[in-house]
Design a protein around this ligand. Sequence first.
Ligand code: SAM
Length: 257
Amino acid sequence: MVIILIAFGTLVIVSLLVSFNDLWRALFKIFFSEICNKIKSIFMSQTKEQRILDFVLQNATCGDPQSVLDNIDKYCRLKEWAMNVGDQKGLILDNIVKETDPSVVLELGTYCGYSSVRISRLLKPGARVFTVEMNSDYAAIAKKIIEFAGLKDKVQILEGSTSDIIPQLKKKFEVNTLDLVFVDHWKDKYKQDTQLLEKCSLLKRGSVVVADNVIVPGAPDFLEYVRTCGRYDCTNFPSFLEYMNEKDALERAIFRG
Ligand SMILES: C[S@@+](CC[C@H](N)C(=O)[O-])C[C@H]1O[C@@H](n2cnc3c(N)ncnc32)[C@H](O)[C@@H]1O
């Protein structure tokens, strides 16, 4: 009976995956893997993010950012999916960082610090990354990962919501304007926070705004805004969703001033 139920369940899942369009199939896969990860967390009394940190501490080389990235990618590809930008889109992000050669970077959405490590390892001396995270558990994990990678002098984690922190950047954190913004928090905030950056005069001519996950989960209102408002030159970089064989993309929007 159990075997019949498992076979039937598998058949239903497979037929759903085949019949879904790309977006729904990817979202379903994320949802399914997150449910499995949550169940694991209940049994282990430890969150997935703590398990990622433990894997890094046990396997990566202290002070070697690339080894930290490689080990996070390895864990998330082989053991538990997680919402880092990942190695494939990460290479595109690397190229954008190298081209831009920024002095001041703002990241919206730190999570475990993967992209903060990815960006900050490429920065010139004296350049810095401000990364905003509203979840204090994630911020604590990110702090340890960034320190372990040897990048704590380049990255400042700002704990709080982007809508509260962005307006404080000039006065409280002495930011004049931003050279690069990596937008990677909740997708319904992309457009609102990009407009907030403009309103707070944090963007200058040539500021580069890069947004992750513009296909999965997708940020259609942000894409429509940056592509049609006339203030940005946009380029789409097709790639794959982190640790999955599903289409995703980064959007680069360069502010015209
Ligand atoms: C996709 S993850 C970031 C991944 C990270 N950039 C990386 O690639 O390693 C999104 C993160 O944004 C945070 N977040 C979502 N909305 C936010 C907001 N309005 N303010 C601050 N953090 C937010 C979430 O808690 C989550 O940790």
